[in-house]
Design a binder for this molecule. Structure first.
Ligand code: FNR
Length: 338
């Protein structure tokens, strides 16, 4: 029997050869703080494609310089970024993997040498700058930056876009009552707090007709934050807006310790999948083939996002295949009976 981990996943015209996704991970390696792809990125991402990961998702790539999580993140805020991204996409695809890019904006968590922006002038913590409350104009400009990012991602040839709505970055700041204190139509009720993400999705949809995933922090670890019923509501709304998959992470909106253990975020992926009737991605200490197979076979999620284990073992897909008794294709260069 074929393991489900090695069965294809079809999403809006894109077929990923297995259920293994390289989870987005900032590499802090763009030289000269220009947001452009450099040598490290080719080696790092393409080696995971050689290792038979089905979907390679690039790290949080910022839609404005002002929205960078850190100064050496990848960026997509200008047309000059497209050449490097396209070369990277082509390099990954040669090895049979599909490609995704995570579009983000750090909002109040940006490390930027200048003014930073957020839904409300509330700093993340005492060490971070007080952000400027976004005006209607900066809301419009930022939504346009996501739209332009999507258009450039299309030009670069990506198969999938993931919108970064997690970890206390800008979209997550709008969604959460812990960081969104606005009294206009972008704050207050959950319907209003969702509006910014809704408008981002609508704008992205004007440029992009491929699959869209959204990463959320489905647990804010605070009784005053969004609760699961809020996330189920957001997921249902996102489904109506044409989102194909919710990638379920947690945390980052406030500084608080998180207890981690194998599959620590899995119940969120499972609940959202069931309650909102939408595909989900599971992430968080998923490190073995058997663990991934259990999640898929029990219908708890549709894609398995692997982060740190893929740093430790770039060929984790092969490790998992061996564990599950699967015979997966090696790259043609290795396909010899040595
Ligand atoms: C991350 N993570 C992350 N998440 C995200 O949505 N965008 C990002 O750019 C990053 N950057 C990043 C860098 C590094 C070095 C690490 C280790 C992690 C979070 C990551 O995608 C994943 O959700 C967590 O690491 C949990 O999964 P694992 O590592 O337990 O498989």
């Amino acid at each position: 029997m074929t393991a489900m981990l090695f069965s294809p996943y079809k999403v809006k015209g894109v077929t990923i050869k297995n259920r293994i996704t390289m989870s987005p991970m900032c590499m802090y390696s763009a030289e000269n703080e220009d947001g452009k792809v450099h040598d490290w990125h080719y080696t790092h991402y393409i080696s995971r494609a050689v290792g038979q990961v089905g979907l390679i998702m690039l790290e949080a790539t910022t839609v404005t310089k002002q929205g960078q999580i850190s100064p050496k993140d990848l960026g997509i805020w200008s047309d000059d970024h497209v050449t490097g991204l396209k070369k990277l996409v082509d390099g990954i695809k040669v090895h049979g993997a599909k490609t995704a890019i995570q579009l983000g904006h750090a909002g109040r968590k940006a490390i930027y040498d200048g003014e930073i922006i957020a839904p409300s002038p509330v700093p993340f913590d005492r060490e971070m700058k007080v952000p400027k409350e976004m005006t209607d104009i900066s809301i419009r400009e930022t939504i346009k930056a996501f739209k332009d990012g999507a258009s450039r991602a299309k030009e670069a040839g990506f198969d999938i876009i993931e919108i970064h709505g997690a970890h206390g970055y800008l979209i997550s700041q709008f969604l959460s009552p812990l960081s969104n204190k606005r009294t206009d139509s972008y704050g207050g009720t959950k319907e209003n707090r969702f509006r910014f993400l809704q408008e981002v999705l609508e704008a992205v949809g004007e440029e992009w007709d491929g699959p869209i995933f959204v990463r959320i922090s489905a647990d804010e670890y605070s009784p005053e934050g969004n609760q699961m019923e809020d996330f189920v509501y957001y997921a249902k709304e996102m489904k109506k807006l044409g989102v194909q998959l919710i990638d379920c992470s947690t945390g980052g909106i406030i500084r608080t310790p998180i207890q981690v253990y194998p599959g620590y975020q899995l119940t969120h992926a499972e609940t959202i999948k069931r309650e909102a009737d939408i595909d989900t991605g599971a992430v968080g200490m998923i490190t073995s083939g058997l663990q991934a197979e259990e999640i898929l076979q029990n219908n708890r999620a549709d894609l398995i996002f692997v982060a740190r284990e893929l740093l430790r073992d770039p060929y984790w897909a092969r490790t998992a295949a061996k564990e599950l008794g699967e015979d997966i294709e090696p790259p043609v260069q290795y396909d010899r009976s040595w």
